[in-house]
Design a binder for this molecule. Structure first.
Ligand code: SAM
Length: 277
């Protein structure tokens, strides 16, 4: 095994599969249950017309394009990511996006290249799970939010994945085992509210939501195939067992009984009025 970090999202440009990862973000972004989940979160925050919004970890721009439509022509969207590959894709996919112009910039969430108190809303969607120091990233988000501005996070919680499968024990071994080896905190989602409070935000609220699939979408298939591949890579199961595990989902699908759910949590708080830490 290479000495790269096991989470490929930490350093997308270092991955031989960077272009495939970019494509996978777009697949997820176009999956109906994901669209509903993302837009419900953005309305809940809320993101309003005319807002100046920053998105941290924008990937290929799926969320940034929704933000541009929500804030409209009199608003402004800035979106940052440390991956040049993803930013290039984001720029070309967002050229004709409706609403506000989107300014894409190369930046790491641990060190945001913006003055204090600049944005009405600062968001990170399925990013905190992947970063080295979540509290530092959130503190940076708070620093660049105006007093009373909204700082909002959304993440999956990999302790809450519901998959129908004939072999329950094997499913738990693969899903829990892979998540534990990739992420420092696989339960990131349920901890987002605490993270916002630790970063000094007030009026912190949480929103639970679920990705639900009974049709074996491309996104679900990608997710299960990556988990199977990683289970072999980490020595959790051998290749024939991983194959048998995937076959189990295909058999359920053929019977019309495929079910996969994935819990997401959103958290939102208000930036303080006083001096920033
Ligand atoms: C799963 S993707 C989510 C992309 C986008 N928010 C979306 O929902 O489509 C995770 C993103 O976090 C970015 N990322 C990883 N480490 C980061 C960091 N330290 N600061 C900011 N973004 C980071 C990755 O480059 C990637 O674009």
């Amino acid at each position: 095994m290479s000495d790269r970090h096991p989470d490929p999202w930490r350093a997308v440009d270092a991955q031989p599969t960077a272009e495939t990862m970019a494509a996978a973000l777009e697949v997820r972004g176009h999956t109906p249950s994901q669209i509903r989940l993302r837009r419900r979160f953005l309305k809940w925050v809320p993101v309003r017309e005319r807002d100046r919004v920053l998105e941290v970890g924008c990937g290929t721009g799926v969320v940034a394009r929704d933000l541009a439509a929500l804030v409209g022509r009199r608003g402004a969207v800035t979106a940052v990511d440390p991956s040049a590959t993803l930013l290039a894709r984001a720029r070309s996919l967002s050229r004709d996006a409706a609403g506000a112009r989107i300014a894409f910039r190369h930046a790491d969430g641990h060190r945001l290249p913006f003055a204090d108190r600049r944005f009405d809303a600062v968001l990170a969607i399925t990013v905190i799970l992947h970063v080295e120091d979540p509290l530092r990233v959130v503190k940076e988000m708070v620093r660049v939010a105006r007093p009373g501005g909204r700082v909002a996070l959304q993440d999956q919680d990999f302790g809450l994945v519901g998959a129908a499968h004939p072999d329950r024990e094997l499913t738990a071994r693969i899903l829990d085992g892979v998540a534990a080896r990739i992420y420092a905190e696989p339960h990131s989602g349920r901890r987002l509210g605490g993270l916002l409070r630790a970063a000094g935000l007030r009026n912190v609220r949480m929103l639970a939501d679920v990705y639900q699939d009974t049709t074996l979408t491309r996104f679900s298939r990608n997710f299960l195939e990556r988990r199977a591949e990683n289970a072999v890579r980490f020595g959790i199961v051998d290749a024939p067992t991983a194959e048998r595990w995937l076959d189990g989902f295909n058999a359920l699908y053929a019977e019309g009984n495929f079910v996969l759910t994935m819990q997401y949590f959103g958290a939102c708080g208000l930036a303080p009025d006083g001096p920033r830490r």
